[in-house]
Design a protein around this ligand. Structure first.
Ligand SMILES: [Zn+2]
Ligand SMILES: [Zn+2]
Length: 370
């Protein structure tokens, strides 16, 4: 039987390198962390200053407590040195003043594979200071490289469309955030006719414009305006991209040449139409030769409901306008064969001609087969 030599620090039986487990752990800490630690944050957006710039904190909830935690997470990810890679590090906020947060950092792990896991605790004082990050500084200074103007042809931009477009802007800004400190947009000049956005970066403006153009099949115009000179004498330009949404949207009626159609889907760069005379569906894009023949015919709200009064073989079917009780005749072939007297269906009048709208009319999403 071999008696362990005593630990040279405390005299208990030694287990490793002449030390007992506690003294070995004490001499080989799992982590190193200094106290106090300083952290600089943006008072507007909560970004944290890191070597070489600012790091955005994207919060899922806007809770203020959550923000400080995330800022401290970011700080500790840089300031806690792990001597043992597998150590698990966590912390608790013990108390919080305006500019000072006291935390208790905990590390759990094995300082040596031969020893049992142990826990270490470190009180750390975190000192917060506030300033304005580069992005917020540019926003508040009104800095913008590009303007995006949204208008619609012969109508107002609807609230729903505006919200959809602002969602696109938010999504792209979130994606570019962190990579592009100028990935921000501010709305200005909002009128019923449309709205303007000022965008920090031209790059982001182009990403947003491309997506809106394709989603709405908008017409696009770009303009450069001289806004000054850089230090070296190079001229500085600001781009304005104007996107004009078409007059028609899903559900409206258009004519492609002399073919009356209903718009079934708009998006991903193409327009899907239902030919009211033949019942066929077809897709065109702004690159199609027939695109220039495309013209607005009637809004969806112009469609009317009729009741079928009679259908007799070899005779025109009789219809009655459900609102005005006016009677009209229509060719049998133009009616859904399943439509029986007493039933109602929707119709649209284009160029004084009555067209039946399909019974199970599914507008959007775009036909995926093309
Ligand atoms: Zn010892
Ligand atoms: Zn900021």
């Amino acid at each position: 039987m071999v008696l362990a030599a005593p630990c040279y620090i405390c005299g208990k039986p030694a287990v490793l390198d002449g030390l007992c487990a506690e003294c070995y752990d004490g001499a080989h800490p799992l982590v190193h962390v200094a106290s106090p630690l300083e952290i600089q944050t943006c008072k507007r957006c909560g970004s944290v200053k890191v070597p070489g710039g600012w790091k955005t904190i994207i919060l899922s909830s806007s809770e203020a407590d959550e923000l400080v935690k995330r800022q401290i997470d970011r700080l500790l990810s840089q300031q806690v040195e792990r001597m043992v890679k597998t150590a698990e590090v966590s912390y608790e906020i013990e108390n919080r003043l305006d500019r000072v947060v006291h935390i208790r950092l905990k590390a759990v792990g094995q300082s040596h594979p031969a020893l049992a896991p142990h826990e270490e605790e470190y009180p750390v004082e975190v000192r917060l200071s506030y300033s304005t990050c580069d992005t917020c500084g540019m926003i508040s200074g009104g800095y913008h490289e590009a303007i995006l103007q949204i208008r619609a042809d012969g109508r107002d931009v609807t609230e729903a469309e505006e919200q959809e477009m602002l969602d696109i802007v938010t999504r792209i800004a979130a994606k570019e955030y962190g990579r592009d400190s100028k990935a921000y947009a501010t709305e200005r000049d909002k009128t019923r006719k449309g709205f303007d956005l000022e965008l920090g970066s031209e790059h982001m403006c182009r990403l947003v414009a491309d997506e809106i153009q394709s989603a709405y099949l908008a017409e696009r115009k770009e303009n450069y305006k001289l806004v000054g000179q850089e230090k070296g004498g190079k001229r500085k330009y600001r781009v304005t991209i104007l996107l004009r949404l078409p007059r028609w949207t899903v559900g409206d009626f258009v004519k492609v040449g002399d073919k009356p159609c209903q718009v079934v889907a708009v998006g991903k760069g193409s327009l899907t139409c239902h030919d009211l005379a033949t019942g066929e569906r077809f897709t065109i894009t702004p690159k199609s030769s027939s695109w220039r023949l495309l013209a607005f015919a009637a809004p969806e709200s112009d469609k009317r409901q009729y009741q079928v009064l009679s259908r007799a073989y070899g005779q025109p079917a009789q219809l009655m306008d459900a609102r005005t009780f006016e009677m009209t005749d229509i060719n049998q072939e133009q009616l859904d064969p399943d439509l029986v007297p007493g039933e109602t269906a929707f119709f649209i009048i284009i160029d004084n001609k009555l067209y039946a709208l399909p019974k199970d009319h599914s507008l959007s999403p775009p036909a995926s087969s093309e």
